[in-house]
Design a protein around this ligand. Structure first.
Ligand code: PEP
Ligand code: MN
Length: 290
Protein backbone atom coordinates (compact mmCIF):
# COMPACT_ATOMS: atom_id res chain seq x y z
CA UNK A 1 0.00 0.00 0.00
CA UNK A 2 1.51 3.29 -1.06
CA UNK A 3 2.01 5.98 1.52
CA UNK A 4 0.23 9.29 1.09
CA UNK A 5 1.82 12.40 2.52
CA UNK A 6 -0.07 15.59 3.42
CA UNK A 7 1.95 18.49 2.03
CA UNK A 8 -0.41 21.44 2.36
CA UNK A 9 -4.04 22.47 2.77
CA UNK A 10 -6.13 19.90 0.90
CA UNK A 11 -2.98 18.60 -0.76
CA UNK A 12 -1.81 15.00 -0.67
CA UNK A 13 1.19 13.45 -2.40
CA UNK A 14 0.97 9.77 -3.37
CA UNK A 15 -1.87 7.43 -4.32
CA UNK A 16 -3.55 8.60 -7.52
CA UNK A 17 -2.38 12.20 -7.25
CA UNK A 18 0.27 13.92 -9.37
CA UNK A 19 2.02 16.83 -7.69
CA UNK A 20 4.08 19.32 -9.65
CA UNK A 21 6.58 21.42 -7.69
CA UNK A 22 8.02 24.27 -9.72
CA UNK A 23 9.96 27.49 -9.37
CA UNK A 24 13.40 28.98 -9.82
CA UNK A 25 16.56 27.10 -8.91
CA UNK A 26 17.43 29.89 -6.46
CA UNK A 27 15.53 32.75 -4.89
CA UNK A 28 17.25 35.74 -6.49
CA UNK A 29 14.93 38.74 -6.10
CA UNK A 30 11.39 39.41 -4.91
CA UNK A 31 10.41 40.38 -8.47
CA UNK A 32 11.64 37.12 -9.96
CA UNK A 33 10.00 35.01 -7.29
CA UNK A 34 6.67 36.84 -7.57
CA UNK A 35 6.60 36.52 -11.36
CA UNK A 36 7.53 32.85 -11.33
CA UNK A 37 5.27 31.95 -8.38
CA UNK A 38 2.23 33.54 -10.08
CA UNK A 39 3.09 31.82 -13.36
CA UNK A 40 3.52 28.32 -11.91
CA UNK A 41 0.34 28.73 -9.87
CA UNK A 42 -1.61 29.74 -12.95
CA UNK A 43 -0.19 26.81 -14.92
CA UNK A 44 -1.25 24.28 -12.26
CA UNK A 45 1.73 23.67 -9.97
CA UNK A 46 0.88 22.60 -6.43
CA UNK A 47 4.11 23.58 -4.66
CA UNK A 48 6.56 26.46 -5.16
CA UNK A 49 10.25 25.56 -5.18
CA UNK A 50 13.22 27.88 -4.73
CA UNK A 51 16.59 27.60 -3.04
CA UNK A 52 17.62 30.03 -0.31
CA UNK A 53 20.67 28.01 0.75
CA UNK A 54 22.35 26.83 -2.45
CA UNK A 55 24.84 23.97 -2.61
CA UNK A 56 27.26 25.23 -5.29
CA UNK A 57 30.20 23.36 -6.71
CA UNK A 58 32.40 26.47 -6.45
CA UNK A 59 32.45 28.62 -3.30
CA UNK A 60 32.74 31.64 -5.61
CA UNK A 61 29.31 30.98 -7.17
CA UNK A 62 26.10 32.58 -5.85
CA UNK A 63 25.35 30.85 -2.54
CA UNK A 64 21.73 31.95 -2.18
CA UNK A 65 20.09 34.70 -0.11
CA UNK A 66 19.90 32.60 3.06
CA UNK A 67 17.33 33.78 5.60
CA UNK A 68 16.29 36.68 3.37
CA UNK A 69 15.44 34.11 0.70
CA UNK A 70 13.30 32.20 3.19
CA UNK A 71 11.36 35.38 3.97
CA UNK A 72 10.74 35.99 0.26
CA UNK A 73 9.56 32.38 -0.13
CA UNK A 74 7.17 32.91 2.80
CA UNK A 75 5.76 36.03 1.11
CA UNK A 76 5.31 34.20 -2.19
CA UNK A 77 3.63 31.30 -0.42
CA UNK A 78 1.17 33.68 1.29
CA UNK A 79 0.48 35.45 -1.97
CA UNK A 80 -0.22 32.31 -3.99
CA UNK A 81 -1.40 29.79 -1.40
CA UNK A 82 1.30 27.42 -2.64
CA UNK A 83 3.33 25.59 0.01
CA UNK A 84 7.07 26.00 -0.40
CA UNK A 85 9.84 23.40 -0.75
CA UNK A 86 13.36 24.64 -0.10
CA UNK A 87 16.72 23.08 0.63
CA UNK A 88 18.38 22.83 4.02
CA UNK A 89 22.09 22.07 3.94
CA UNK A 90 23.19 22.46 7.55
CA UNK A 91 21.72 20.63 10.56
CA UNK A 92 21.96 23.94 12.47
CA UNK A 93 19.51 25.55 9.99
CA UNK A 94 16.79 22.90 10.20
CA UNK A 95 14.63 24.77 12.74
CA UNK A 96 14.96 28.01 10.79
CA UNK A 97 14.05 26.44 7.44
CA UNK A 98 11.21 24.43 8.99
CA UNK A 99 9.67 27.68 10.31
CA UNK A 100 9.45 29.09 6.77
CA UNK A 101 8.94 26.08 4.50
CA UNK A 102 6.19 23.51 4.07
CA UNK A 103 8.62 20.84 2.83
CA UNK A 104 12.36 20.54 3.58
CA UNK A 105 14.61 19.45 0.74
CA UNK A 106 17.76 17.45 1.36
CA UNK A 107 19.83 17.86 -1.81
CA UNK A 108 21.73 15.21 -3.69
CA UNK A 109 25.07 16.38 -2.28
CA UNK A 110 23.76 15.79 1.23
CA UNK A 111 21.94 12.50 0.72
CA UNK A 112 24.39 10.80 3.04
CA UNK A 113 24.88 13.67 5.47
CA UNK A 114 23.72 11.54 8.37
CA UNK A 115 23.55 14.28 11.05
CA UNK A 116 21.37 16.33 8.64
CA UNK A 117 19.14 13.33 7.90
CA UNK A 118 18.67 12.73 11.64
CA UNK A 119 17.91 16.39 12.27
CA UNK A 120 15.21 16.64 9.54
CA UNK A 121 13.84 13.37 10.94
CA UNK A 122 13.33 15.02 14.33
CA UNK A 123 11.01 17.72 13.02
CA UNK A 124 7.54 17.22 11.59
CA UNK A 125 7.56 18.84 8.13
CA UNK A 126 7.74 16.46 5.13
CA UNK A 127 11.22 15.88 3.71
CA UNK A 128 12.07 15.70 0.01
CA UNK A 129 15.15 13.50 -0.20
CA UNK A 130 17.08 13.69 -3.48
CA UNK A 131 19.14 10.77 -4.70
CA UNK A 132 22.89 11.39 -4.65
CA UNK A 133 24.51 11.64 -8.07
CA UNK A 134 26.60 8.56 -7.29
CA UNK A 135 24.19 6.79 -4.96
CA UNK A 136 22.61 3.42 -5.57
CA UNK A 137 18.91 2.90 -5.01
CA UNK A 138 19.78 0.90 -1.89
CA UNK A 139 21.80 3.81 -0.53
CA UNK A 140 18.87 6.16 -1.18
CA UNK A 141 16.55 3.86 0.75
CA UNK A 142 19.00 3.60 3.63
CA UNK A 143 19.27 7.40 3.72
CA UNK A 144 15.46 7.58 3.91
CA UNK A 145 15.56 5.17 6.86
CA UNK A 146 17.68 7.62 8.84
CA UNK A 147 14.82 10.13 8.60
CA UNK A 148 12.07 7.59 9.25
CA UNK A 149 13.93 6.18 12.25
CA UNK A 150 13.80 9.56 14.00
CA UNK A 151 10.01 9.50 13.81
CA UNK A 152 9.31 11.52 10.67
CA UNK A 153 7.29 9.26 8.36
CA UNK A 154 6.78 11.91 5.72
CA UNK A 155 9.64 11.22 3.34
CA UNK A 156 9.36 11.89 -0.41
CA UNK A 157 12.06 10.40 -2.61
CA UNK A 158 13.36 12.20 -5.69
CA UNK A 159 15.23 10.81 -8.68
CA UNK A 160 17.36 13.62 -10.15
CA UNK A 161 19.89 11.79 -12.30
CA UNK A 162 23.16 10.04 -11.59
CA UNK A 163 26.61 10.64 -12.95
CA UNK A 164 26.92 9.12 -16.43
CA UNK A 165 29.76 8.97 -18.93
CA UNK A 166 28.15 11.03 -21.69
CA UNK A 167 28.41 14.83 -21.46
CA UNK A 168 25.41 15.20 -23.81
CA UNK A 169 23.27 15.50 -20.68
CA UNK A 170 24.25 16.94 -17.29
CA UNK A 171 23.30 13.74 -15.48
CA UNK A 172 21.79 10.43 -16.53
CA UNK A 173 18.14 10.54 -15.47
CA UNK A 174 17.46 7.05 -14.15
CA UNK A 175 13.75 6.60 -14.86
CA UNK A 176 13.98 2.85 -14.22
CA UNK A 177 14.62 3.86 -10.61
CA UNK A 178 10.94 4.83 -10.38
CA UNK A 179 9.43 1.34 -10.93
CA UNK A 180 12.32 -0.22 -8.97
CA UNK A 181 11.54 2.05 -6.00
CA UNK A 182 7.82 1.32 -6.38
CA UNK A 183 8.63 -2.35 -5.88
CA UNK A 184 10.84 -1.68 -2.88
CA UNK A 185 9.17 1.07 -0.88
CA UNK A 186 5.79 2.60 -0.07
CA UNK A 187 7.28 6.10 -0.12
CA UNK A 188 6.19 8.42 -2.95
CA UNK A 189 8.68 9.26 -5.69
CA UNK A 190 9.20 12.49 -7.61
CA UNK A 191 11.34 12.98 -10.69
CA UNK A 192 13.44 16.09 -11.33
CA UNK A 193 13.95 16.31 -15.11
CA UNK A 194 15.66 19.72 -14.77
CA UNK A 195 18.79 18.59 -12.93
CA UNK A 196 18.40 15.16 -14.53
CA UNK A 197 19.07 16.54 -18.01
CA UNK A 198 20.56 20.01 -17.45
CA UNK A 199 18.92 21.27 -20.63
CA UNK A 200 15.53 23.02 -20.90
CA UNK A 201 14.53 21.42 -24.21
CA UNK A 202 14.93 17.95 -22.66
CA UNK A 203 12.75 18.70 -19.64
CA UNK A 204 9.26 18.29 -21.22
CA UNK A 205 9.92 14.89 -22.85
CA UNK A 206 11.52 13.50 -19.69
CA UNK A 207 8.75 14.95 -17.51
CA UNK A 208 6.16 13.07 -19.58
CA UNK A 209 8.31 9.93 -19.48
CA UNK A 210 8.44 10.25 -15.67
CA UNK A 211 4.65 10.27 -15.52
CA UNK A 212 4.56 7.17 -17.71
CA UNK A 213 7.18 5.47 -15.51
CA UNK A 214 4.91 5.87 -12.48
CA UNK A 215 6.28 8.95 -10.74
CA UNK A 216 4.03 10.65 -8.18
CA UNK A 217 5.04 14.09 -9.37
CA UNK A 218 7.77 16.35 -10.68
CA UNK A 219 10.24 18.95 -9.50
CA UNK A 220 10.79 21.47 -12.32
CA UNK A 221 12.92 24.61 -12.51
CA UNK A 222 11.23 27.67 -14.02
CA UNK A 223 12.80 31.10 -14.50
CA UNK A 224 11.37 34.27 -16.03
CA UNK A 225 14.66 35.04 -17.81
CA UNK A 226 16.84 31.90 -17.84
CA UNK A 227 19.68 33.70 -19.65
CA UNK A 228 20.06 35.95 -16.59
CA UNK A 229 19.68 33.25 -13.93
CA UNK A 230 22.29 33.14 -11.17
CA UNK A 231 22.19 29.34 -11.19
CA UNK A 232 21.06 26.56 -13.53
CA UNK A 233 19.69 28.89 -16.24
CA UNK A 234 20.36 26.35 -19.00
CA UNK A 235 17.86 23.90 -17.56
CA UNK A 236 15.11 26.36 -16.58
CA UNK A 237 11.83 26.46 -18.49
CA UNK A 238 10.32 29.83 -19.27
CA UNK A 239 6.82 30.34 -17.80
CA UNK A 240 5.17 29.82 -21.20
CA UNK A 241 7.13 26.60 -21.75
CA UNK A 242 6.12 25.39 -18.31
CA UNK A 243 2.46 26.19 -19.03
CA UNK A 244 2.72 24.24 -22.27
CA UNK A 245 4.19 21.24 -20.43
CA UNK A 246 1.41 21.38 -17.82
CA UNK A 247 -1.17 21.46 -20.58
CA UNK A 248 0.33 18.34 -22.16
CA UNK A 249 0.54 16.59 -18.79
CA UNK A 250 -3.13 17.35 -18.11
CA UNK A 251 -4.05 15.50 -21.27
CA UNK A 252 -1.85 12.52 -20.37
CA UNK A 253 -2.67 12.18 -16.67
CA UNK A 254 -5.97 10.27 -17.09
CA UNK A 255 -4.23 7.60 -19.19
CA UNK A 256 -2.02 6.83 -16.22
CA UNK A 257 -4.82 6.97 -13.63
CA UNK A 258 -3.53 10.18 -12.11
CA UNK A 259 -5.11 13.49 -11.20
CA UNK A 260 -3.37 16.82 -10.87
CA UNK A 261 -3.72 18.29 -7.41
CA UNK A 262 -3.31 21.83 -6.18
CA UNK A 263 -3.88 23.46 -2.80
CA UNK A 264 -7.49 24.27 -1.94
CA UNK A 265 -6.46 27.77 -0.85
CA UNK A 266 -4.91 28.56 -4.22
CA UNK A 267 -8.41 28.94 -5.72
CA UNK A 268 -8.61 32.46 -4.31
CA UNK A 269 -5.08 33.45 -5.27
CA UNK A 270 -4.34 35.73 -8.22
CA UNK A 271 -4.54 33.90 -11.54
CA UNK A 272 -2.90 34.53 -14.89
CA UNK A 273 -5.56 37.00 -15.94
CA UNK A 274 -5.73 38.59 -12.50
CA UNK A 275 -9.22 37.26 -11.76
CA UNK A 276 -9.32 35.47 -8.40
CA UNK A 277 -10.69 31.96 -8.57
CA UNK A 278 -10.43 31.64 -12.34
CA UNK A 279 -7.75 29.00 -12.23
CA UNK A 280 -7.74 26.21 -14.78
CA UNK A 281 -9.37 22.98 -13.68
CA UNK A 282 -7.59 19.66 -14.14
CA UNK A 283 -9.63 19.15 -17.31
CA UNK A 284 -8.77 22.51 -18.77
CA UNK A 285 -6.22 21.88 -21.50
CA UNK A 286 -5.81 25.46 -22.61
CA UNK A 287 -2.30 26.83 -22.72
CA UNK A 288 -2.14 29.59 -20.16
CA UNK A 289 0.04 32.53 -21.01
CA UNK A 290 2.25 33.65 -18.13
C1 PEP B 1 18.15 21.92 -6.54
O1 PEP B 1 17.07 21.30 -6.45
O2 PEP B 1 18.24 23.12 -6.84
C2 PEP B 1 19.41 21.16 -6.40
C3 PEP B 1 20.54 21.77 -6.03
O3 PEP B 1 19.27 19.87 -6.72
P1 PEP B 1 20.29 18.66 -6.55
O4 PEP B 1 20.54 18.53 -5.08
O5 PEP B 1 19.51 17.51 -7.12
O6 PEP B 1 21.53 18.99 -7.34
MN1 MN C 1 19.11 23.95 -9.53
Amino acid sequence: MQKTIPIGPGLVLGGDTFVVMAGPCAVETRELLTTVADAVLAAGAAVLRGGAFKPRTSPKSFQGLGEQGLLLLGEASQRTGLPVVTEVMDPRDVDLVARHAGILQVGSRNMQNFPLLREVGRQRKPVLLKRGAAATIDELLHAAEYILQEGNEHVILCERGVRGFDPSTRYLLDLAAVPVLKQRTALPILVDPSHGTGEASLVPPMAKAALAAGADGLLVEVHAAPELALSDGKQALRPAEFAQLMSELRRLLPFFGRRLVRPASSASAPSADGVPGSLPTPLDDEVIAP
